[in-house]
Design a protein around this ligand. Structure first.
Ligand code: HEC
Length: 120
């Protein structure tokens, strides 16, 4: 049963990604990850973003989404599905987490990949 389910999911994923490119899928997921888009709190490129500034007992407080485009994959992987104050709890699959990480590092990846292309 589990195997069948996994098979269905992967067939479905393949079906979905065969109509849109990997880039489009990654961008869609970042902006609409079955919940509030990551960009709203972490910025378009994951560079971090100030969400609100307020005063509490006369003290200036800043609520911000941290930069998430420079952390190692292991940290990204473990934190993204954990309980974080100020962040919605997501239940992302491994592939979704990998795709989001790819999205935040796609320029770097492209640069590296183009250096080792056989077509050059
Ligand atoms: C409503 C705002 C909000 C949204 C939407 C949001 N986050 Fe966050 N996220 C936060 C805040 C605030 C923190 C920082 C908490 C802290 O200071 O430890 C955080 C922390 C993180 C961290 C840990 C950073 C670190 O330095 O370890 C990761 C990874 C992360 N978010 C990824 C994501 C991803 C991916 C998405 C979309 C699926 C997302 N977040 C959506 C608010 C948000």
């Amino acid at each position: 049963m589990k195997v069948l389910l996994a098979l269905c999911i992967s067939v479905q994923m393949y079906g979905a990604t065969s109509f849109i490119t990997k880039e489009e899928y990654a961008a869609n997921l970042y902006h609409n990850p079955r919940g509030i888009g990551c960009h709203l709190c972490h910025g378009e490129a994951g560079e971090g973003r100030r969400i609100a500034q307020y005063k509490e007992k006369g003290e200036k407080k800043i609520f911000e989404g941290k930069p998430i485009n420079k952390i190692p994959f292991s940290q990204f992987y473990h934190r993204v599905n954990s309980k974080i104050t100020g962040m919605p709890r997501y239940y992302l699959t491994d592939v979704e987490i990998q795709t989001l990480y790819y999205y935040l590092h796609r320029e770097e990846f492209r640069r590296a990949a183009s250096k080792y292309s056989k077509s050059k």
